[in-house]
Design a protein around this ligand. Sequence first.
Ligand code: ZN
Length: 661
Amino acid sequence: MGVCVAGATFTSCSQSETESSEDPIKNYSVERFADIEVLRYQLPGFNELTLQQKEYIYYLSQATNAGRDITWDQFGKYNIKIRTILEAIYTCEAVDKNSEDFKAMSTYLKRVWFSNGIYHHYANDKFKAEFSKEFLKAAAEKAGVAELIDEEIEKVIFDDTYLAKKVNKDAEADVVLTSAGNFYEGVTQAEVEALYKPLEAACTNECPSYGLNSKVIKADGKVTEQKYTANGLYGAAIKQIIYWLDKARSVAENEKQKEVISTLIEYYETGDLTTFDKYAVQWVQETDGDVDFVNGFTEVYDDPLGRKGTWEGVTNYKDKVATKRTETISANAQWFEDNSPVDPKFRKPQVRGIVAKVICATMLGGGTAPSTAIGINLPNANWIRAEYGSKSVTISNITDAYDKAARGNGFNAEFIADAKIREGLEKYGQLYDDLHTDLHECLGHGSGRLNEGVTASSLGIYHSAIEEARADLFGLYYMADQKLVDLGITPNATAYESYYYRYIMNGAMTQLTRIELGNNIEEAHMQDRALIANWCLKNAPEVVSLVKIDDKTYVEVKDFKALRQLFGKLLFEIQRITSEGDIKAAQELIETYAVKVDTDIHEEILNRISKLSIAPYKGFVNPLIKPVYDASGKIVDFEVTYNEMFDEQMLRYSKEFGFLK
Ligand code: ZN
């Protein structure tokens, strides 16, 4: 759930006809520090929205920011206090800005801002403070925040072994006691399980997501929940969220949106999880408006028990041009199914394509900021998904920003020897990235049928990677089809070639930059790509192979049409495995092609990428949206600017939206 995306690299809003010819952003890269690069993203087509839509977006965006501190506190109970101390020092004129200690503290603070707390946003490990305790104390004195530093705070910042990991998923340990996230206090894993297991056992259908919106504590020897509500835990921030949601409701695009917001407000006020489900059902059914949002306790990855929802917010509007493309693909879903290169008995007689909506984000907040996903797939409750479906969206202005920021970073020059392929990617790379995601999401996952008695779990732990490979192959196979040229989606019969090249290169080589030397490939999408690339390389060296030029390894594709047939052939087999639930064959494929890494290649790739100084992790500053007033104080427009620096934005957010202590 959460996110499912096809490509390793990125797609864009730039096919949008509404994009103005002049890009308002001169430089997509804002800042680099540690293992992070901060980028900007733009709002293409924002000016063409109506004043009412802009106002709606503005209020929803404020509601997105209003919950920021909730996420900070969920990610560690000392996060906000530490932020307050460090921000005071960072902005204090009396503190020497040239000392090594100050520089080290600044980098630490930027990492903390980026991760909404003192733990790495991806690795979950606590950041190492590379400034001295003495510096911190003296600087805090000057900045007037010395009283906030007690022994506990010192230990949290400087003792690397204390509260060392935000989320510990080691099954051997008590994951509640050993995780530093702030979802539990004073309780053991067994006590938490004892709290929820009976509730779940007693529920037969339409079960609420027990525990989603609360902290579990022990009070007077009793294990109990502190609910996140307007009058409960995080009430000060939740009241602000409600304030902005209420304003948004008054300018919503339609009655359904008003109903959605009313139910969400009711949920924030009561904490009732049945109301939350009611809201989720209304939300998934509201598809008429151009503007949409996510606001609430959503993904559960930050809880070692996978139960507590991290607060997040996203405000967005529809990318109309890109959505037209996914509508065209979905309208032809049956043709794609009937012509797919799988055994006819595994085709679906009646297939319905999903219209993957493509959106432009206007504000990312809480758990989705500054680091964000490039797609959203909600709600998470399985019974709602089964009964009412889900909204699956790709965020095109985010993928566009990744792509623009990556230009000229030397990556293609380093890893692609053939200039024609590089030119092809310059010209069509984004289009095919988009298209691959669309085909993967709109058709790939929904294609094919299972034999009687076979379910998703028939493939056990191999299911995810096999399923991703199936959807990827479906997209790869069809992006080269004349049908797409006829539908006006692709420009000509050969433009796909550079994307094919890069797909193999990524799957066999460059995606390894995200793995440490000596480790296996574990993540399902990465396994999927490795499986496809390595299977083609091993089984058809006459079609595609790795070659050495000046001691560097490159991909060479000798026959693109034959490569397409190879994708079809592998899809044929993977569909068979899926339809028959052939777990042995799935295991064989994954273990042969998708897990182990060729150490020589891995070492070479890591070596080559390290010379390019490309940050492993990226995130974003939000655009600044401001109301424009006339002389009488009436809002007449909204202005978007893109000049804010990372530290400016973080400091402003702490000031304007710092609702918790
Ligand atoms: Zn997928």
